[in-house]
Design a protein. Structure first.
Length: 207
């Protein structure tokens, strides 16, 4: 392909006055000679001028128009993806905030139930010393209830911590997706600008 570029430049025709190559980002560049093409892209370069007699002069124009339309569709999809990611991020932040509040509530409940257990133990000791069997039985039953409440609060705390970790992971994922979709949007916008330049360039022979 590079040999084709060199021979086209040597001919001195209008078609050989410009060469083109595509860089690593998929952007097409036009240059005045092969020497202006970066070395790593010379093997994939091609002459970019007037079409030869056996080529349809409008084929490049039609392809460029199709490329522009496709780029426009891609941009619209990228924008929808960014909007979707933004909504997901807002929802993840709301859920993470709610999970954090639930965790704080569970910790307060555990502290309160532990205080109740401590108080009930002290009351049980007093009733044991006083010898009140009925009061001792009531204290023991209340103590069991308080301990069960502590166990339930701990289970709630563990569940809320799992929910918090899950929602935080979802948030990080949505933030990453949004960054990627924005990169896609910028890339597709660059491609559309390049395809529009290609379209203007390929339409010149028509005039």
């Amino acid at each position: 392909m590079a040999v084709a570029v060199a021979s086209a430049v040597a001919c001195g025709t209008a078609a050989a006055q410009v060469a083109k190559y595509v860089d690593a980002q998929g952007v097409t560049h036009y240059v005045g000679s092969e020497a202006q093409i970066p070395e790593q892209y010379r093997g994939h370069a091609a002459p970019a001028g007037l079409p030869t007699s056996h080529e349809d002069p409008n084929s490049d124009v039609r392809q460029d128009r199709r490329d522009v339309r496709q780029d426009t569709r891609d941009i619209r999809q990228d924008r929808r993806d960014v909007v979707r990611d933004t909504r997901g991020i807002r929802e993840d932040r709301r859920e993470t905030g709610q999970d954090a509040r639930d965790i704080e509530r569970d910790r307060r409940d555990i502290t309160r139930d532990r205080r109740d257990v401590t108080q009930e133990r002290a009351k049980l000791q007093q009733d044991l010393k006083a010898g009140g069997t009925q009061a001792v039985n009531a204290d023991r039953q209340q103590l069991r209830g308080d301990r069960q409440a502590v166990g339930a609060d701990r289970r709630d705390l563990r569940q809320d911590q799992r929910d918090f970790n899950r929602d935080r992971t979802d948030l990080r994922r949505d933030l990453r997706d949004k960054r990627e979709d924005r990169r896609d949007l910028r890339r597709d916008a660059v491609n559309r600008r390049q395809d529009r330049r290609d379209l203007r360039h390929d339409r010149r022979p028509e005039r």
